[in-house]
Write a protein that binds this ligand. Structure first.
Ligand SMILES: Nc1ncnc2c1ncn2[C@@H]1O[C@H](COP(=O)(O)OP(=O)(O)OP(=O)(O)O)[C@@H](O)[C@H]1O
Ligand SMILES: [Mg+2]
Length: 373
């Protein structure tokens, strides 16, 4: 099934530690965006431990699990209304064997379907932990929000989560590279990646082996700018948050951007089965003040992709990427005076749309670049 990208913005909400408020904040953010007139889908991607349907008091007839079990053809078919204007819901569904560990091809299929959802915003509520599934879903989003509470354990987990997400992204981009791929595999297998691993150390590795590819590291740094949401703040949390930001900057070479602070609200516990009613009521005013600020800065930050991009292909499965990679191999070397073929092929797994536009700019034309009619 060929899919075209329709979701304008896919936002993943993760954070490593369980119980820090990823689901509550995802739901509140989706609600806030819908109130601002954005067609929003709140999607429960806590594979194997979904609970948003309980929070929303919604018993969806169709779920993500049904999609994974091929009971529905399209993920969009499993999206249900919430009763609130502009807000729809994709339920994770009940626990089923294997749902938490989908096969690689299924993971890719799910990711493609996420981007094909027709909505202004798709908010992915991720599960706890740093499994590859969680990290890859985080990496597939246009923007990632990391939720933490201002406690040492949660902050360390948030750091580990970001480190894992960065590592997975680098693996996706360079994993197939003949020289750099094996270096990454060696790091993983020897446990070296558990030491200091950051964009700067990786840049040093690349500079030694393939200096042509170093601009790509800067691009990954530009792209990987996670947003930080501090939940259940107490008012005296500056130091611990500064520590997290410092750790990310020093060790990972990643700059965290503070998105919002959300205070603890005692009333919330009474609405754990009808949270949307809570968000509507004055009782959630303090939470919604923080969340509305988050929604406003998201809206301000995100650039809407130009409509002209629609003609270009936006859905890239493995076969397409391999096809374009082969096409680059076959092109005249004279075309690659300012940028190397190797860099372009690696960049393909990071910014495919950027690469096909660059190729078109170089005068290369191929059906692979465009959406099939
Ligand atoms: N701002 C808040 N004020 C008060 N309680 C909160 C707040 N945020 C979250 N909680 C409470 O914390 C608990 C955990 O929240 P939530 O389920 O959103 O965490 P989570 O990170 O999604 O957990 P998991 O990793 O298990 O999915 C819930 O009982 C929720 O009511
Ligand atoms: Mg949750």
């Amino acid at each position: 099934m060929k899919l075209e990208r329709k979701a304008k913005h896919v936002i993943a909400v993760g954070g490593g530690k369980g119980g820090v408020g990823k689901s509550v904040c995802s739901a509140a953010l989706a609600f806030a965006l819908s109130k601002k007139g954005k067609r929003t889908v709140l999607a429960d991607f806590d594979l194997g431990a979904a609970n948003l349907h309980t929070y929303l008091g919604l018993n969806a007839a169709c779920t993500l699990t049904d999609f994974m079990h091929k009971k529905v053809e399209s993920l969009e078919d499993a999206i249900v209304p919430t009763g609130f204007e502009n807000l729809s819901f994709l339920s994770g569904g009940d626990y089923s064997f294997g749902a938490a560990n989908p096969a690689h091809w299924m993971k890719l299929k799910v990711m493609r379907h996420i981007h094909a959802i027709d909505a202004d915003f798709v908010i992915l509520d991720l599960g706890a932990g740093t499994s590859y599934n969680v990290l890859d879903l985080f990496g597939t989003a246009d923007k990632g929000i990391v939720v933490t509470v201002p406690e040492p354990g949660a902050v360390i987990n948030a750091y580990a989560f970001l480190k894992g997400a960065l590592f997975r992204k680098i693996h996706t981009v360079f994993g197939r590279h003949t020289k750099i791929g094996p270096v990454i595999d060696k790091m993983v297998n020897s446990g070296e990646s558990h030491g200091t691993f950051g964009l700067h150390t990786f840049k040093e590795i690349i500079e030694k082996s393939d200096p042509d590819l170093t601009p790509l590291i800067n691009e990954i740094g530009e792209w990987f700018k996670p947003l930080l949401l501090v939940n259940m703040t107490k008012g005296d949390d500056h130091q611990i948050i500064e520590n997290l930001e410092g750790l990310c900057s020093r060790k990972l070479g990643v700059e965290l951007q503070e998105l919002a602070s959300v205070p603890a609200n005692r009333e919330l516990s009474r609405y754990l089965m009808n949270m949307l009613d809570f968000f509507v009521s004055y009782r959630s005013a303090d939470i919604m003040a923080g969340i509305n600020r988050a929604a406003d800065s998201l809206l301000g930050e995100i650039n809407t992709e130009a409509a002209e991009e629609r003609v270009f292909r936006t859905d890239f499965d493995d076969d397409i990427l391999q096809g374009i990679s082969k096409l680059i191999d076959g092109l005249d070397d004279m075309l690659f005076l300012t940028v190397s073929k190797e860099l372009m092929k690696c960049r393909l797994f990071f910014k495919p749309l950027y690469v096909i536009k660059a190729l078109v700019g170089m005068g290369v034309d191929d059906d692979l670049f465009f959406c099939p009619d």
